[in-house]
Design a protein around this ligand. Structure first.
Ligand SMILES: [Zn+2]
Length: 217
C-alpha cells in the first residue's frame, strides 16, 4: 500500500467520520431506499450533511428509492467542488431524478456515471432558459454535460409522475428552504410552491438533477 492510499483510507474511514460531528455534520445514513447514485460521492467524502438534512432524506425516502448525488465535504466550510460551488455548508444536496423503464416500471438507475449531465431538455413548445443563459454569455450554464463520466441506460424515461410526487413531498417538508430545478420542468410538472426557485444563469442548468436545501440553522 502506498503512503497516499494509507492516508486516504485512514482519513476516509476513521478520521473524517470521527471528526465530522464536531463540525455539525454527519454521514448520510444510507438505507435500502437511500443510497448514493455513485460511489464516487462516498470516495470523495461528499456524503456529509447537517443532521436536519439527514432527517429530511430519511423522510422523503420512506416510500421510494432515492439516489443522492453531491452533498458536502465533511467539515471544511467553503470547500467548493464542481458542479455545485454552493455546496459548502451541509445544508444542500443534489438528488437524482426518478426514471422509468420502457414498460413504465420505476427504477433507481441513473443515466450517467456521475449522476450529472444527462438533461431532460426543454421541448420545442417549452421555455428554454438554457439558451437564454447562453445568449447572455453564461457558457458555464451548460457545462455539466462534460461531467457525465459516461452516459448509460439511455432507454430510461424521466418519470413525470414520480418526480412530481417527490418534489411535492420535498417542498411540503418544514425543514426545506429551497428547491432548484429548471423552469421548463417546473411548468411541465405543474409544480406550484414558493420554495421552488430559479437559481439564475450564474449557476448550472438543473434539468439533470434536483437541488434541495434546508433552512440555515
Ligand atoms: Zn445542488
Amino acid at each position: 500500500m502506498t503512503v497516499f492510499t494509507t492516508v486516504y483510507l485512514l482519513s476516509t474511514y476513521i478520521i473524517i467520520p470521527v471528526l465530522a460531528p464536531m463540525f455539525g455534520r454527519q454521514k448520510i445514513q444510507t438505507t435500502n431506499n437511500l443510497k448514493p447514485a455513485t460511489y464516487m460521492t462516498v470516495l470523495l467524502n461528499r456524503n456529509y450533511v447537517k443532521p436536519q438534512l439527514n432527517n429530511v432524506l430519511q423522510q422523503i425516502s420512506k416510500n421510494r428509492q432515492i439516489r443522492f448525488l453531491d452533498a458536502n465535504f465533511p467539515f471544511i466550510n467553503k470547500f467548493p467542488l464542481l458542479p455545485h460551488l454552493s455546496h459548502n455548508d451541509g445544508n444542500k444536496i443534489d438528488l437524482s431524478f426518478i426514471y422509468e423503464k420502457q414498460n413504465g416500471e420505476i427504477t433507481d438507475l441513473t443515466k450517467s456515471t456521475s449522476g450529472y449531465g444527462v438533461f431532460e431538455s426543454p421541448r420545442k413548445s417549452e421555455f428554454d432558459q438554457i439558451s437564454e443563459c447562453k445568449k447572455l454569455g453564461y457558457f458555464q450554464y451548460d457545462y455539466p454535460k462534460y461531467l457525465t463520466f459516461g452516459k448509460k441506460n439511455s432507454e430510461l424515461k424521466f418519470s413525470e409522475t414520480e418526480n412530481k410526487k417527490l418534489i411535492n413531498e420535498i417542498v411540503n417538508n418544514n425543514l426545506i428552504d429551497k428547491v432548484f430545478i429548471e423552469p421548463h420542468l417546473v411548468k411541465r410538472l405543474n409544480l406550484k410552491n414558493d420554495k421552488i426557485r430559479y437559481h439564475g444563469c450564474r449557476a448550472v442548468r438543473h434539468d439533470d438533477h434536483i437541488h434541495i436545501q434546508i433552512k440555515n440553522n
